[in-house]
Design a protein around this ligand. Structure first.
Ligand SMILES: [Zn+2]
Ligand SMILES: [Zn+2]
Length: 125
């Protein structure tokens, strides 16, 4: 069981599943939503996640829902309609983010040029 929470602690979540994948996303939307040079997601089945507290949400593009703590705004998750049975939780919202090891990079074409990632993980898109 992996647990996480937002900055203020109002919103908590837990998942009983092992991640299907863990990835850095360099896309401009994720960078903006997190106000960071890169985001990192832990993908798990939607039905493995239990939330407590009030979750806010925003449809950032067609079929995409980004959710966050309704009180403090901490980004919590990404969902997309074409993967309706899954949810991508932000790695850094977990209590122990070190328990997850990123496996790949996606949307590297949108990477900020000075953000140098010197690892050998696969790149997609
Ligand atoms: Zn909060
Ligand atoms: Zn992204």
């Amino acid at each position: 069981m992996a647990k996480g929470h937002c900055l203020c602690g109002q919103l908590r979540f837990e998942t009983s599943a092992d991640p299907k994948w863990i990835a850095y996303c360099h896309c401009a939307s994720c960078r903006r939503h997190t106000a960071s040079p890169v985001a990192c997601f832990v993908n798990v089945p939607l039905d493995s996640v239990h939330f407590s507290g009030e979750l806010g949400s925003y449809a950032s593009s067609e079929g995409v829902t980004r959710s966050f703590c309704a009180t403090c705004g901490t980004p919590i998750a990404y969902q997309v309609s074409r993967r309706a049975t899954e949810i991508d939780l932000y790695l850094n919202a977990f209590d122990n983010p070190e328990q997850f090891q990123p496996q790949l990079h996606v949307y590297t074409a949108e990477r900020i040029p000075w953000f140098d990632v010197r690892d050998e993980l696969p790149r997609e898109i």
